[in-house]
Design a protein around this ligand. Structure first.
Ligand code: ADP
Ligand code: MG
Length: 257
């Protein structure tokens, strides 16, 4: 029997900068939303980004796969500055998987089709190969039995796990998660977090915006705290949760813990 493919490469070649943001600034019109962001995420690292609503967490994520442009600074993925457009941009999007709060599955396609679509279109995989890969991934996230159904027939937690499988099908170098459990009913949060923890253990490079502090403590190598468009703190989970340095972080933690 064919071995299921692993979700990510191992940590053996961990340690080199996979995502680098250097002096990144961005405005929405007059609103200065990212202020001199400097951040490096190494291969195999799990970074959790926390901070109050409106602090620029989503915007920062969206700049990394170029869903948003930046005003100044440089963003590199795997050593290469972000391309502006065209085929290179499509390739970048394939390398940077993204999972959003709203699952964004294609409503008129089956679960299997949702996962095979991009590998066939962008990676030019043949249909059988894409379907085998998709079934492996759906199995890994625990929804293989739902492959023939339409998204609306699945629970929110199942849909979000399909969204993760769909992103993984492109063999991304890094996965971005922007509050992937915020829209879920509470009883479904853990089934999604469990998949994320497994991915982390397998060595996937991950940037996760989340309010799930249990997950952050358990899975994060590093926590970044953002407020008002700036990174105010960066440290291990123990450093951040037990010894926050700034008043903003102390205030934030007092409200959520
Ligand atoms: P967070 O994810 O931390 O809640 P966001 O990155 O979504 O923060 O938003 C940061 C700030 O930018 C907020 O003040 C938000 O209202 C504003 N903002 C976000 N997206 C847009 C947009 N497309 N146009 C204008 N302002 C935006
Ligand atoms: Mg957000």
């Amino acid at each position: 029997m064919r071995q299921p493919e692993t979700l990510a490469t191992g940590r053996s070649d961990a340690g080199y900068p996979l995502v680098e943001l250097s002096h990144v600034d961005k405005h929405y019109d007059k609103l200065h939303v990212l202020k001199d962001i400097n951040l490096t995420v190494n291969k195999g690292e799990v970074l959790v980004v926390v901070g109050p609503s409106g602090s620029g967490k989503s915007t920062m994520c969206r700049t990394i796969n170029r869903l948003e442009t930046i005003d100044s600074g440089v963003i590199r993925v795997d050593g290469k500055p972000l391309p502006q457009e065209g085929k290179e941009l499509a390739n970048l999007r394939a390398e940077v998987g993204m999972v959003f709060q709203s699952f964004n599955l294609f409503a008129n396609k089956t679960i299997l089709e949702n996962v095979t679509l991009a590998p066939i279109k962008v990676r030019h995989m043949d249909k059988k190969e894409a379907e085998d890969l998709a079934m492996d991934l759906l199995d890994r996230v625990g929804v293989a039995s739902q492959a023939g159904k339409m998204p609306s027939q699945l629970s929110g937690g199942q849909q979000q796990r399909v969204a993760i499988a769909r992103a993984l099908a492109m063999r991304p170098k890094v996965m971005l998660f922007d509050e992937p459990t915020s829209a879920l009913d509470p009883e479904m949060v853990n089934e999604v977090l469990d998949v994320m923890v497994e991915l982390a253990h397998e060595g996937m490079t991950m940037i996760c915006v989340t309010h799930e502090m249990g997950f952050a403590r358990k899975a994060a190598d590093r926590i970044v705290f953002m407020a008002d468009g700036r990174i105010l703190e960066s440290g291990t989970p123990d450093e951040f949760f037990d010894h926050p340095k700034t008043d903003r972080a102390k205030d934030f933690l007092s409200k959520i813990l």
